[in-house]
Design a protein around this ligand. Sequence first.
Ligand SMILES: Nc1ncnc2c1ncn2[C@@H]1O[C@H](COP(=O)(O)OP(=O)(O)OP(=O)(O)O)[C@@H](O)[C@H]1O
Ligand SMILES: [Mg+2]
Length: 436
Amino acid sequence: MSKDCQHILIVDDDPQMRLALMEAIKRLGYSAALSNNGKDALEKLRKFDFSLIITDMKMPDLSGLDLLKEIRKASLKIPVLVITAFPTVENAVDSMKEGAIDYLMKPFSFETVKKTIESLLKKNSQKKQIITKNEDMLKILKIAEDLALSDITVLIYGESGTGKELLARYIHSLSKRSNKQFVAVNCAAIPDNLLESELFGYEKGAFTGAIDRKIGKFEIAHEGTILLDEIAEMSIVLQSKLLRVLQEKEIDRVGGKKPISVDVRVIATTNKDLKKMCLENRFREDLYYRLNVFPIKLPPLRQRQEDILLLAEYFLQIYSNSFTKEVIGFTEEAKKFLMSQPWKGNVRELENVVQRAVFMCKDRFIDLKDFVLDSEPASDRQNGRLKDMEKELILKTLKEVKGNKTKAAKILGISVRTIRNKLNEYGDKTAILLKD
Ligand SMILES: Nc1ncnc2c1ncn2[C@@H]1O[C@H](COP(=O)(O)OP(=O)(O)OP(=O)(O)O)[C@@H](O)[C@H]1O
Ligand SMILES: [Mg+2]
C-alpha cells in the first residue's frame, strides 16, 4: 500500500495532543482524520477505511478501552495504538486483551511516534504467512493452491481462531484476482436489517437516512473475492437474496431500479453444522449446495500439537520486533505451559497470549510469570510489573523536567497530587531526589 492510501484516525479529547499527532502523521506522509471522542470515532470508522487508529485512553463518554471493545464487537480488523499516561498503564493488559496492539507512553518524541507507526503499518501490510508443519494442514494448503486457480466457491469450516480468514486470504492471494479487492464481511457482527445494505449497497433516498448512494461489499469486491464470515448467522430472507446473487451474478442495490452485474469469487466460513441447520429449516438447502461446492475443515490447534511451539516462536518474533524488544525465546517451563493448554480460542488465543507475554517480559526469555491467559485477570505479579513500568515512567519524566512536578504532571496527563501520592508510595529516597 502506498503512503497516500494510509489514512490514520486520531482519537483524543485533548486538542493539543490531536494537533501534535496530526502534525507528526502529516510529516510522515500519511493523512489523518480527527475525533475528539470515542462515539465520533466509531461513526467515522463506519464510514471510512483507516489503516490505523491512535486513541487516548481517558476520554469522556466512551473511553479508549470502550472504543476498543466496540471495534472488536464490530469485528473491524484495524490496528489500534493506545496512548497512555501512567494512570492507565494498569489497564495495559486489559486493553491488549481487547485488541490494542501497541502503546505510546506519554510523553513521546517524534522519533518514537515515527518508529511505532511505521512498524505497525508495515506489520499490517505484510503478507501474512500460514505457519504449520501439521500433515493435515499441509494437505489443506496444497488443496487451497489448486482451488486458487479456479473460481470454485469454498466453504471453510473450523472453530474460532483456527485461521479461516487467513486461509481465505491465502486463496485470494494466489488467484488471478489477487490484484483486486479481498473484502471480508462478518455476517454475525452486522445487525440483520443492515446486512443487506452492507452487502448490496443502496440508492440515495432508498429509506430515511439514505442521504447518499452507498456501494455494497459485493460491488467493492468486483473481480476480487468476498469472504462471507459466519454465514450461518444470515437470516433466511437474506439467504434467498444471496442465492440469487450466486445464481445470476448480479446484485440489487436497496432502492435500486435495475440489477448490477458483479464478478465475485465467494468464500464462506462457518463453525456450525449447516447440513443439520438445513434439516431444521434454519438454512436454505439450495444455498447450502451452492456454497458447499468445496468444503475445507480446519483442525483445531489442540489437534496439531506440533504447531503450538512453532506458532509461538513465530508470534514471539513478530511481537518482539513490533514492541522493539529483544525477547528471543521461551524458558523450558514456558514451553511446557504452552504445550499443556487446551487453546479453546485456537491460534488467535495463542497469538494473544504470546503478544502479551512479550509485552510483559523484561528478560530475553519468556517465563511462566509473563503469561496472562484470556480467561484470567492480570495477576498481582503482573500488576506489580506494570507498577514498575509506571514508576519508571514517572521518575524518568520527573528527571527530564528536573523534578518539576507541575511540568511532569502536564506531560503525563495526570494531576500533581497523583504524582505526590505516587512518590510517597515509592518512599523517601526517590522523593528527596526530586524537589518541588
Ligand atoms: N497457521 C497460522 N499461521 C500464522 N498465523 C495464524 C495461523 N492461523 C491463524 N493465524 C493467526 O491467528 C489469528 C486468527 O486467525 P483467523 O482470523 O484467520 O481465524 P478465524 O478462523 O477466521 O477466526 P474467527 O472464527 O474467530 O473469525 C490471525 O491473526 C491469524 O493471522
Ligand atoms: Mg474469521
